[in-house]
Design a protein around this ligand. Structure first.
Ligand code: C2E
Ligand code: CA
Ligand code: CA
Ligand code: CA
Length: 274
C-alpha cells in the first residue's frame, strides 16, 4: 500500500503530466512534419588535420517547425526513436543526404566521405540492407563515399546480430564509424570483433585535452588503438585552436567541430578554392 501511494504521487505530479502531454504533442507534430517536409539536413565538415581540407561531411537533421522554430535533434530524435517515426525519418535523411552529395560528386575529392547517423531501431530492421541499397541506387552515390555512424552503445546493446549486420553493410562497400567512442563502455575484446572503419572520439574527451592529463591519456590511447586496428580516428567537438593543435601533435588525422565549421546547409559549405 505504501508503495502504491508513492507511485501514484509520482504519476500525478503535475510537471510530469505536462511532460507527458508535451511528448505526445511532439510525437504527433513530428508525424505531421514528415508529411509536410519540415525536415532539413545540415552538413558539418570533417577535416583532414594534415592539410586542413574537407575530407567529408556529416549529415545532421534539423526540424524547421512552423510553430516551434528550428528544433535541434536532441529535442526530437529520442522521441522519434521511441516510435517507428525514426524509420521514416532515418530513411528520409539517408535518401536526402546521398542525393545531395551525389549531385556534386564531380567537385569532391576522390576520398570524400558522407557520414550519416543511423539509430539502433533502423539497424535492426530486417529490410535495412534493402533500404540502404535503394538509397544508393536512387541517388547514384558510389557506396565507397558513404559511412554510416552507429553509436558505441548501439553496437553493444544489439549484441550478436550486430556483427552480421555490420558485415552486410560493408559487403555493399559502405563504411562504418563508431560514434561517441569512449562513452559506451564496450570491452576492448568485443570491439576487436566488430568490423568498422572509423572511430569518432567523443567530444567529452576532446573538451579537456588541453587541461586534463587523464583525458589526454584516453585520447592518446584511442588514437593508438585506431592505428593498431587500421581505422581512421576523428576527434569530435573541436572548438579551439589549442585543441586542434594538440590533437595534431598527438597524431590525430581527422577532426570535426565548431573550430573548423558548424553544421550548415550544403550550399553554405566553403569548399577549398571557392
Ligand atoms: P552526433 O552524431 O554526436 O553529432 C555531433 C553533434 O555535435 C551535432 O549536434 C553537432 O552539431 C555537434 N557539434 C559538432 N561540433 C561541435 C562543437 O565543436 N561544439 C559543440 N558544442 N557541439 C558540436 P546536433 O546536430 O545537435 O545533433 C545531436 C545528435 O542528434 C547527434 O549527435 C546524433 O546523435 C543525433 N542526430 C542528428 N542527426 C541525426 C540523424 O539524421 N539520425 C539520427 N539517428 N540521429 C541524428
Ligand atoms: Ca554522429
Ligand atoms: Ca558523436
Ligand atoms: Ca553524440
Amino acid at each position: 500500500a505504501k508503495r502504491r501511494a508513492r507511485m501514484s504521487s509520482v504519476v500525478f505530479e503535475p510537471a510530469m503530466l505536462e511532460r507527458l502531454r508535451e511528448v505526445s504533442r511532439l510525437t504527433s507534430d513530428l508525424r505531421q512534419a514528415l508529411d509536410q517536409n519540415q525536415f532539413l539536413v545540415h552538413y558539418q565538415p570533417v577535416v583532414n588535420m594534415a592539410d586542413g581540407q574537407i575530407s567529408g561531411l556529416e549529415a545532421l537533421v534539423r526540424w524547421q517547425s512552423p510553430t516551434r522554430g528550428l528544433v535541434p535533434p536532441a529535442m526530437f530524435i529520442p522521441i522519434a526513436e521511441n516510435s517507428d517515426l525514426i524509420l521514416a525519418l532515418g530513411d528520409w535523411v539517408l535518401r536526402t543526404a546521398t542525393r545531395d552529395i551525389a549531385g556534386r560528386l564531380d567537385t569532391l575529392p576522390a576520398d570524400f566521405e558522407l557520414h550519416v547517423n543511423v539509430s539502433a531501431r533502423q539497424l535492426i530492421q530486417s529490410d535495412f540492407i534493402a533500404t540502404l541499397r535503394h538509397a544508393l541506387q536512387e541517388s547514384g552515390l558510389p557506396p565507397g563515399h558513404l559511412t554510416l555512424e552507429l553509436t558505441e552503445s548501439v553496437l553493444i546493446e544489439q549484441g550478436g546480430q550486430t556483427v552480421e549486420r555490420l558485415r552486410q553493410i560493408r559487403n555493399l562497400g559502405v563504411k562504418i564509424a563508431i560514434d561517441d567512442f569512449g562513452t559506451g563502455y564496450s570491452s576492448l575484446s568485443y570491439l576487436g570483433t566488430l568490423p568498422f572503419d572509423c572511430l569518432k572520439i567523443d567530444k567529452s574527451f576532446v573538451d579537456n585535452i588541453c587541461v586534463s592529463p587523464q583525458d589526454t591519456a584516453v585520447v592518446a590511447a584511442v588514437l593508438h588503438m585506431a592505428r593498431g586496428f587500421g581505422v581512421t580516428a576523428v576527434a569530435e567537438g573541436v572548438e579551439t585552436e589549442d585543441q586542434a593543435r594538440r590533437l595534431r601533435e598527438m597524431g590525430c588525422s581527422h577532426a570535426q567541430g565548431y573550430w573548423f565549421g558548424r553544421p550548415v546547409p550544403l550550399a553554405d559549405i566553403r569548399w577549398p578554392g571557392q
